[in-house]
Every structure is written in C-alpha cells, then in structure tokens.
Design a protein around this ligand. Structure first.
Ligand SMILES: Cc1cc2nc3c(=O)[nH]c(=O)nc-3n(C[C@H](O)[C@H](O)[C@H](O)COP(=O)(O)O)c2cc1C
Ligand code: SF4
Ligand code: SF4
Length: 288
C-alpha cells in the first residue's frame, strides 16, 4: 500500500503530526511519501492508495495556501481515498468545520473523505501555552496516532461532527484570508532586528524581502501564518494589528521539571479536559 502525506505546517506542529504518521505507517509496511506544500504544487496522486492532507487550523479554516494547493490537483480518474489531519490550539467543536472548503475542492477532483482527525497542539498565536501543556498535547497526539492509523487501515470510517450551519459559518470565516493580507500591511520590524535573513528565507509565500541596507520589507500577500514572527531569533517582528497575540520561540515539547505559572488556566478549560479525558480513555482501552 502506498500513501502520500501532503502538508502545510507554519510553525512545526503539523509537521510533528505528519512525522508521527510516517513513522507509524512505515512500521506497518505502508510506503509513505511526504510532500511539503511549501515546496510547490503537485497535480497527480494516482500512484497512491491513500492521500492525506494535513494542515493547521487558521481562523476555523484551512490556510489559503492549502486550498490553492488542492486546486492544482487534477481530477482523478478513479475515486481516491482522502484522510484529513489537522492540528489546532483548542478543541472547540467549531474547529471541526475547518475542512469544508478543502472538501468542496477535493470532491470535485474525485477525492472522498473517509477519515478526519483533529489533534491538539500548542498555539502559535493568541498566547503561549505552558511547556507542560505543550508536552501533554504532543504526547497525547503520539498516543492517538497509532489508534487512528489502525482505523484507517481497517477501513473504519471516522468523521468529525460538523455543527449545524457549519458550512455558512465557515464561509463567513474565510474573511480571515483577506484579513491576513490587511494585517500584513502593518507588519514591520523593531530595533532588535539584526538583518539575519531568516524571515526572508522561511516565508512560505515569499512575502518578505531584505534590501541592501538590511531593512526588512513585507509585501502584500501575507498568509498570517506567523512563521516569521514565531521563529525570528530576536523577536523583532511586530505582527501588525495582532501583535499582542504574537507567540515567539519554538516549544521544546519536553516535560518541564520546573513550576510554571499558567495565566490561561480557565481558557477553554472544559474543551481541553474533554479532549484529554477522551484521549486517555481510548489509549488506556487499547492497552488492555
Ligand atoms: C492565523 C492563525 C489562526 C488560527 N486559528 C485557530 C483556530 O481557529 N482555532 C484553533 O484552535 N487554533 C488556531 N490557530 C492555532 C494553530 O492552529 C495551532 O497552533 C497549530 O497547531 C499550528 O500548527 P503548525 O505549527 O503546523 O502551523 C491559529 C493559528 C494562526 C497562525
Ligand atoms: S528573522 Fe528577525 S532578526 Fe532576522 S532579519 Fe528577520 S526580523 Fe530581522
Ligand atoms: S510574512 Fe510571515 S506571517 Fe506572513 S506569510 Fe510570510 S512567514 Fe507567514
């Protein structure tokens, strides 16, 4: 069996998910190819039995570059099995609607969804999750993936519950895509910038240039993916109108051996508890 995993990951969380899928699928003798959407379009997946799409949820939607990538796929002659993986920072049910646009595009190209999974991973915008929370999210995802792969390979369909009027809400939320460009007009760097060039290199849509004097310029097609602001080694990027939501610096995903102050203890508390409880129940039952 052959599988291709097409993914976008702005700040590394979805990439971790994809790597975990690759490792687990290969241990079950599935031949796995990975395609990073940053590397460009592909048109044909006819050589594969399973096509995975993996993306971070952005404003209750798939990011714009993921939709563009899907539009470049040609129509498959035979129906193609599709599996969607998504990561996001909270597990509210409204996030389930994020695949509507992607599904509309892929359905027209003869792909049919059989399985969809949503894994919690730490925020790269809004606020920084604690190191303990990030560690728990990652470990939980690693525990769930082998179980989800078992369902996929056993042909057990698993779909997320979409809320009533979800398709309408999702269409309204597509406003995030032009909104990202508007936010991009207000992005700039502060005096901490050392013109290292990293942001120019890593922007997935080549929205950043650095001139001969080392000044960083932002063009007008930002995706608001946060990669530049998240990874800037000097925390020098002012993230436009959303600067107060900026998160800077990679998560370690290592269990901290120090006390942390969690300023966001109450935030989406119920949905986090539900996610972790349901996940640990599934993982424990699978061990019995
Ligand atoms: C512009 C933007 C919008 C986001 N919107 C949501 C959202 O609607 N719901 C959510 O739970 N997380 C949201 N997030 C958080 C990311 O989905 C989450 O951190 C994800 O795991 C990042 O994955 P990546 O590192 O692969 O890019 C958003 C992040 C960004 C940058
Ligand atoms: S990554 Fe940061 S320090 Fe480096 S050029 Fe960009 S803004 Fe400046
Ligand atoms: S400018 Fe920054 S936030 Fe905008 S698309 Fe490029 S890396 Fe992402």
């Amino acid at each position: 069996m052959k599988a291709i995993l097409c993914y976008f990951s702005a700040t590394g969380n979805t990439k971790k998910c994809v790597e975990e899928y690759k490792k687990n699928l290969e241990s079950l003798n599935v031949e796995v190819s990975i395609h990073n959407i940053d590397d460009g379009f592909i048109s044909d997946t006819s050589n594969y039995d399973l096509v995975f799409f993996a993306y971070p949820i952005h404003g209750f939607n798939a990011p714009e570059n993921v939709l563009k990538f899907a539009k470049h796929l040609k129509k498959e002659e035979k129906k193609k099995r599709l599996i969607i993986l998504k990561t996001s920072g909270e597990h509210l049910r409204i996030n389930n609607i994020s695949s509507y646009s992607l599904l509309r595009i892929l359905k027209r190209r003869n792909y049919y969804l059989t399985n969809e999974y949503h894994y919690l991973m730490p925020y790269d915008i809004i606020f920084r999750h604690t190191d303990l929370m990030a560690y728990n999210m990652y470990e939980t995802m690693k525990g769930l993936i082998p179980l989800d792969i078992k369902d996929i390979l056993d042909n057990k369909q698993v779909k997320l519950k979409y809320m009533p009027f979800g398709h309408i809400i999702q269409l309204i939320m597509l406003i995030e895509h032009p909104g990202a460009k508007i936010n991009g007009w207000f992005m700039h760097t502060n005096k901490n910038c050392v013109s290292c060039g990293m942001c120019e290199k890593i922007c997935p849509v080549k929205n950043i240039t650095i001139d001969d004097k080392g000044k960083v310029h932002f063009k007008n097609h930002c995706l608001m993916c946060t990669r530049c602001a998240f990874l800037c080694p000097k925390n020098a990027i002012v993230f436009g109108l959303f600067n107060s939501w900026k998160v800077n610096g990679k998560y370690s995903f290592i269990k901290p051996d120090y006390e942390e102050i969690n300023k966001h203890k109450r935030y989406c508390k119920g949905s986090y508890e539900r996610y972790f409880n349901e996940a640990s129940k599934r993982i424990e039952e699978s061990i019995k």
